[in-house]
Design a protein around this ligand. Structure first.
Ligand code: ADP
Length: 177
């Protein structure tokens, strides 16, 4: 079901057929509720997830699509952090007419040469049959499609052996798109 939904989303985003529905969202509350929904999965790995946002604010955006992007990044982070010492930090900050979100992990990191490729459809850095990370390689391309559809951009900063941070920036309201 996940794969079919991902394929449909990827196709709709390619064809610019996704319609966004905007509503006011309490950002820190949203991050806290995502963390609490995911806490059982994080517990299986003894990973710590924290929301380090310092200020609350309201954003006018598409709640389901914003949750989809954040969940995708958080699930990837949980998957890649080491068992027992995994740490994931989630943050949202208001900046003029935009909100900047990040999901930071202390996983294996991504080689700089692959920073662009990971957003391509079906791309996975490890294609070996023994790899532990599942998935279809569609998640980040869908995140990019949604973020750009919301008028923003997504990027990654990573250091091999230290960890990875995915950032995305989206307008604070539909007026700013
Ligand atoms: P999937 O998770 O289905 O493989 P994604 O598009 O979400 O697809 O991710 C593509 C690839 O990017 C992953 O297979 C992995 O190689 C790399 N990647 C994504 N998130 C992380 C992360 N937090 N740490 C290390 N590598 C990552």
């Amino acid at each position: 079901i996940t794969l079919v939904n991902d394929l449909l989303d990827a196709q709709k985003l390619d064809l610019k057929k996704i319609k966004f529905s905007y509503e006011n969202i309490d950002v820190v509350y949203l991050l806290d509720s995502l963390i609490s929904n995911i806490s059982n999965i994080a517990k299986q790995k003894n990973a710590e997830i924290v929301n380090s946002s310092e200020q609350n604010f309201i954003i006018e955006s598409d709640r389901n699509r914003l949750e989809q992007v954040l969940n995708n990044l958080i699930y990837n982070a949980i998957d890649f952090v080491p068992k027992f010492t995994g740490r994931i930090e989630i943050n949202a900050t208001k900046n003029h007419s935009a909100a900047i979100f990040y999901v930071k992990d202390n996983g294996p990191g991504i080689e700089p040469t692959k920073n662009k490729d990971i957003f391509k459809k079906f791309y996975q850095t490890d294609t070996s049959a023994t790899r532990k990370h599942g998935g279809s390689g569609l998640g980040l391309s869908i995140c990019q499609g949604i973020v750009e559809g919301l008028g923003g951009k997504i990027w990654v900063e990573s250091e091999v052996g230290k960890g990875t941070t995915f950032y995305f920036k989206i307008p604070l309201s539909s007026k700013h798109i």
